[in-house]
Design a protein around this ligand. Structure first.
Ligand code: MSP
Length: 643
């Protein structure tokens, strides 16, 4: 293999904040199709995917589920990995931003940019929600209040590090000009140019308001803020910043970053600017694909009864049918609507009728007329050349279209060839030839030609439907040497005396009405399942042991100024006094609490609530009628431990 023939393809790294669905599977299947196609063409391929695991959202989700952020992301990453294995995703490297080598490399990159003066310390300004500990911009606020909890927000400023993105505007525009294929499709490029022309702001690359992130090496109060952490995955996954960076040297720059249209901006502005600042080469191309829209036209909605769980769809129709549908139905750069009806139609028409029938008819006739093995003696006809010519032409067009990431067009070419074959059967009428003993050698040639086209088709569909290709190879008796890309550039590579073997039906036909009904009831059953937030997740005894519960006696109590909900308590925890803030002022007056003993979570990290630092939390119960009652334990001495 030519050592320089390398190809590096990436997917975005996914937020493990929910389970993957058909939408997130889309980018990954696309990248897999390209990786498989390039391997077929003889490239040394590096295909990466992974997860983007840091940030406040993940920290909060984990908290909601009563897990540590690491445990939370570990559990979801397992789900991603098992879905990718089900969908036959042939990635070479799965990068997690919590991988130690990545974390270390990001620290180094941050240091380097700081030392070069590309990162500086400044002030981050915005609307701050104290209980949520989060900043929001003007546009993010909902009716002037926190978009997450609906509470009042205050204008606040926080120390933060900034990357000098603003100085890269002209350099980026110049780069786009010199590399016209850097941003694809073309329409997205114009959007980006306009965005830059409107003026770039420096980019905030650190935060102090949450902890779940990579600490800034020289200023431990700060964690690296998401995009610098996320984008660098494309080089750290290859060992950049580690001792062994041989893969980085071999594969970087990437040939193609596949991303959804909403994150093109980060990939064609922030990412190249970071690389320029580091003095590293830029990726060859960023392709921003469209969204798959569901039911009501939104990106994520599971409405209108569409089942969009890739596991359910793969179980019902097979992984290859789902992969085919996603690659064929949607025009890659544009948005498209996902419906179960369209999926079933594609399966019935393209896969069961056209492809499946062609294979089963051809194999059945060879078994019927020749006992499964074709004779060497075959008589060519004029019409055969035409078929061979169409096949060779389709191979060429397919390659061109695949190289332009026009998957739907490339598959369209293959289906032209399939219909050409079905026409060839109508024209040659093998069932008539079979009636005449003298026409045996002509019949053998016709059936051979069908198998030869099926061989070519099976190689062409391999990147999209690898398991189906395997099944076809088994049935038409195609050996390894005739399954290669090179082998389909020549007609007649399949040995003349092949032996076929009937196998299972590739794609059983689906009764559309019954199936839609079944999917609808499945959808409604799923919808009425209890929602996640009502499910209490199970924990291990070790998890529980991490919580320190002790009895504490309330010595003093007063309302927190400027707060309608908070009380400030001074408690005796058996070893000394500490301040605890509790949101119970609507339910208790300070007088009702002083002198009472309560249960205290004593090892909670200190947190500031409305300017008062709280060192723990007292336990209270929310009753079914909505009342909140503090748990009093007056007969126990302060410092008593609960277990
Ligand atoms: N973590 C960032 C990416 C960082 S890359 C350095 C992120 N993650 S994401 O999980 O929100 O989205 C990942 C990808 O999934 C995006 O490219 C997004 O466009 C894609 N999709 C999510 N839903 C989709 C559809 N419904 N349709 C098509 N793609 C979809 O952004």
């Amino acid at each position: 293999m030519d050592k320089n023939k390398k190809f590096y393809v990436t997917t975005p790294i996914y937020y493990p904040s929910g389970i993957p669905h058909v939408g997130t599977s889309y980018t990954t299947i696309v990248a897999d199709v390209v990786a498989r196609f390039k391997r077929l063409q003889g490239y040394d391929v590096m295909f990466t995917t992974g997860t983007d695991e840091h940030g406040q959202k993940i920290e909060e989700k984990a908290k909601k589920e009563g897990k540590t952020p690491k445990k939370y992301v570990d559990d979801i990453v397992e789900k991603y990995k098992s879905l990718w294995s089900l969908l036959n995703i042939s990635y070479d490297k799965f990068i997690r931003t919590t991988d130690k080598p990545h974390e270390e490399a990001v620290k180094k990159i941050f240091n380097e940019l700081y030392n070069k003066g590309e990162i500086y310390k400044g002030t981050y300004k915005g609307w701050y929600c104290t209980p949520c500990e989060a900043f929001f911009t003007d546009t993010q606020l909902k009716d002037g209040k926190c978009p997450d909890c609906g509470r009042e927000v205050n204008w606040a400023e926080e120390e933060a590090y900034f990357f000098k993105l603003s100085k890269y505007g002209d350099k980026l525009l110049d780069y786009y000009k010199k590399h016209p294929r850097f941003i694809c499709p073309e329409g997205r490029k114009n959007e980006m140019i306009q965005f830059i022309k409107d003026g770039l702001d420096d980019l905030c690359v650190s935060r102090t308001s949450f902890k779940w992130g990579i600490p800034v090496d020289f200023d431990k109060n700060h964690v690296v803020y998401v995009w610098l952490d996320a984008l660098t995955n494309y080089i750290t996954s290859q060992g950049y910043g580690s001792k062994d960076d041989s893969n980085y040297k071999k594969y970087w720059p990437a040939n193609i970053h596949f991303v959804g249209k909403e994150i093109v901006r980060f990939h064609v502005i922030i990412w190249p600017a970071i690389l320029m600042a580091l003095g590293l080469p830029l990726p060859e191309q960023v392709y921003g694909h469209g969204w798959i829209l569901f039911g009501d036209g939104s990106r994520m909605a599971k409405s209108k009864g569409n089942v969009i769980d890739p596991v359910v769809l793969s179980e019902r129709y097979g992984v290859d049918a789902l992969r085919y549908f996603l690659m064929r139905e949607f025009s890659f750069g544009s948005d498209g609507l996902f419906t179960n009806e369209a999926l079933i139609k594609r399966i019935n028409f393209d896969l069961a009728n056209d492809l499946g029938n062609l294979l089963s008819r051809s194999v059945a006739m060879i078994e019927k007329y020749f006992g499964g093995t074709l004779p060497e003696e075959q008589k060519l006809g004029n019409i055969d050349n035409e078929l061979a010519l169409v096949a060779m032409n389709v191979c060429k067009k397919y390659e061109e279209l695949m190289d332009k990431y026009n998957f739907s067009g490339a598959l369209g070419e293959v289906w032209l060839l399939i219909s050409k074959c079905n026409k060839y059967i109508d024209e040659t009428m093998p069932w008539q030839l079979g009636k005449d003993e003298k026409k045996r050698s002509r019949l053998a040639a016709v059936l051979y030609n069908l198998c030869e086209v099926l061989r070519i088709i099976s190689v062409l569909i391999y990147p999209v439907m690898p398991s189906t290709s395997e099944k076809i190879w088994q049935q038409i008796g195609a050996g390894k040497e005739v399954r290669t890309w090179d082998s389909i550039s020549k007609w007649g590579e399949l040995p003349k005396n092949i032996t076929v073997k009937k196998g299972e039906v590739l794609f059983p036909r689906i009764d559309v009405e019954k199936e839609i009904e079944a999917l609808n009831s499945l959808y409604h059953a799923k919808k009425s399942e209890p929602k996640n937030e009502n499910v209490v997740s199970l924990i291990d005894i070790e998890d529980f042991a991490k919580v320190s519960l002790i009895v504490a006696k309330i010595k003093e109590c007063e309302p927190v100024k400027k707060s309608k909900k908070l009380l400030k308590l001074l408690v005796d925890d058996g070893t000394g006094e500490r301040t605890v803030v509790s949101g119970i002022s609507q339910y208790y007056s300070p007088e009702e609490l002083v002198g009472k003993s309560v249960i205290l979570v004593s090892n909670l990290k200190p947190a500031k609530l409305c300017g008062v630092e709280s060192h723990g939390m007292i336990l209270a119960a929310t009753c079914p009628d909505g009342a909140v009652k503090v748990i009093f334990v007056d007969d126990m001495a302060p410092g008593s431990k609960l277990s």
